[in-house]
Design a protein around this ligand. Sequence first.
Ligand code: C2E
Ligand code: MG
Ligand code: MG
Ligand code: MG
Length: 290
Amino acid sequence: TAKRLGRNNIQLFNTDMQAIVDERLNIESRLREAVAKDQFYLVVQPQFNQLKQMVAMEALLRWHHPELGEISPGQFIPIAEQSGLMLAIGKRVIEQSCEILRRWQSSEHWRHIKLAINISPAQFNHEDFVPHLENTLQRFQVNPERLELEITETLLIQDFDAIIDKLNVLREWGISVSLDDFGTGYASLSYLKRLPLAKLKIDQSFVRDMLNNSNDEVIVRSIIGLGNNLGLTVVAEGVETSEQLQRLQQIQCFYFQGFYLGKPQRPEQWELELSSNSENLATGSSLPGS
Ligand code: C2E
Ligand code: MG
Ligand code: MG
Ligand code: MG
């Protein structure tokens, strides 16, 4: 019976594996269709400074499937990366972001707000990435100084010199670069001094437990110290409570993003909410706990 059980277990395992493969292929073919049918849209989440002013928004991708509903980027971006669909999807993110920025540029209250977009390694490394970005900025007449690109440490393990060259070109246009999810990857600290960086974003996994886990607090403190000393803007991601916000300020973190301060929602929704009380933008009094 042991042997039989073993065989059944293997059978079960294979069935599970098959289900995973089927699911993957399923998502991949639906993704292909989603690109063709343009089922993607952006939500934006604010970032605040110490003076409680909104300084930037981050664009976060959403996929609305007519039958399956909303599918989160954590589920489909890895598959898009592996199947070569990320470039096309990333192009839509850039185009939709430029559309938003063009609208903000014509509003007195919004024209100083930067928009950050996440760029995956497959997208960044593609030869079409830079020409498409340049072309789109021109087409929408967007000031590149309003645009921020968020890259992750995963990108940096590839041809580092080529990445630096590309980033320097973008910086010359006025685009700024942030290092996202900092502390979770394998990048060497010596990369930091060679990267043309403006911002470090502390990964939310450290912020989540920093009040209960002293190791996480030490990591958060170290990243803040490192970033501040390198002259970078350090942003804490995933701020969910006023206690976290207070603690972060005590340990010299001056920029924040998270559900406590503002959830990701459609840009039109933010525009409505903040224009009905435009002082929120000018004075930033929308930051809770003030
Ligand atoms: P990320 O760039 O680190 O974005 C932060 C994620 O944390 C977002 O999840 C956001 O909704 C979520 N978040 C924000 N505040 C809080 C909080 O207080 N608590 C918690 N628990 N979560 C919070 P989302 O939108 O599901 O995106 C997940 C990841 O998918 C992003 O992580 C980014 O790596 C990737 N992604 C999203 N949009 C794009 C895109 O347009 N292009 C690429 N290449 N990647 C994207
Ligand atoms: Mg990000
Ligand atoms: Mg992040
Ligand atoms: Mg992340």
